[in-house]
Design a protein around this ligand. Sequence first.
Ligand SMILES: NC(=O)c1ccc[n+]([C@@H]2O[C@H](COP(=O)([O-])OP(=O)(O)OC[C@H]3O[C@@H](n4cnc5c(N)ncnc54)[C@H](O)[C@@H]3O)[C@@H](O)[C@H]2O)c1
Length: 396
Amino acid sequence: MRKTFDFERGTRMRKLRIGIVGTGFIGKQHIEAIRRIPGTEIVAIANDDVEVAKDVSEALNIARYYSDYRKMLDEETLDVVHNCTPSAYHYPINRAVIEKGIHIFCEKPLALTTDESENLVELLKQYKVANGVNFNYRHNAMVQEMRGRVKNGSVGKVHTMSGEYLQDWLMYDTDYDWRLDPMIGGKGRAISDIGSHCFDTIQFITGKKIVGVNARLVTVYPIRKVHTKRVEDSGADRDQVKNHVKEVAIQSDDAAHILLELEDGTQGVLNISQVFAGKKNAFSLHACGEKASLTWHQEQADRLLVGNRDKGNEEIFAGASYLTDEGSYYSTLPNGHPVGWADALRSSIHSFYNAIQKGSYRDAKQGYATFETGHYIMRLVDACIKSHEENSWVRI
Ligand SMILES: NC(=O)c1ccc[n+]([C@@H]2O[C@H](COP(=O)([O-])OP(=O)(O)OC[C@H]3O[C@@H](n4cnc5c(N)ncnc54)[C@H](O)[C@@H]3O)[C@@H](O)[C@H]2O)c1
């Protein structure tokens, strides 16, 4: 029988005691995902806005909440902390958790700067705790299937990897978020926020590192208009709200076009944008091999398209009985019950917890992205910025 996720394992072991820092969009998704993993207990949450922390603890039935994560670390007995805060807070929180000897699972990107991510990797030489970065897309069943098929040679040698990650939530000059503030989001934006997922997933599918990039970064709006007063607060119509708008200079990329080279010479190209009308979370990857191509669309996550020349193309659905070992392990629902984004997040966290439960987190190779990988991807983002500034290829 093929191996699939062992849902019983957790129940036979001591429960993992978990704390979550940052309970905005993704923090709440982590809470839901963790609750689908046996052998876990979310004992406390921390959010700098205490009203948010209180609301989430009440709504999601979590016993204790804090406004200061340091107090949570001091007062609670925790096995694992999830860092789900904006990028600027990743380094100090990760550092504090590691220094307490607690396992750390951090959202991407690993830190605000590569100096910070390098420091974290150094620190882990001293503190042997499990460390993971939530590059969740690699944990999709059909991304795993792509890796399985590239590995078993069924598509032949892969000669080109390409993809796009397109969104429209920042397409108006009145759209604004902490990700646009370099002090909170970092110097790179679309390349860091969504490009980093592309880098990780390509490296995962091919098993090869990206070693060179040539990037063009596009800032569509050098000035954005930020509302200083919320529409609902003003009690006024939209015209009056215009009076409460502040202009903010933007340096980071709304979009990026990136040529890339993998360590075995495989060539690739990425189209990344957060200003592409109509696109929501349109992350797609294509692996072109000598015998066949493979295409995966995140918005139809349970399918894989196999492109053939001499026979009809195939659309394969996630079904454990006919996938490679890699894909079937992650096909956790019966065929026809689509596995998707939430399942991949659960699997990302589950694979990290499995390594903790088994003690295998000390091994160099892991199925989840470690801080080492997170740091490498920070370097790739930096390389894209340098490449754009110098108008040339940058090798890593
Ligand atoms: N893997 C994914 O698919 C994915 C998707 C979305 C976001 N993310 C990542 O998750 C992180 C958070 O993004 P988000 O969209 O949830 O942001 P968000 O703004 O919705 O939520 C962030 C929360 O963190 C809180 N916070 C800020 N500073 C804090 C501190 N020092 N201590 C405690 N709480 C603090 C904020 O009050 C807010 O509630 C980012 O790193 C982002 O890149 C990942």
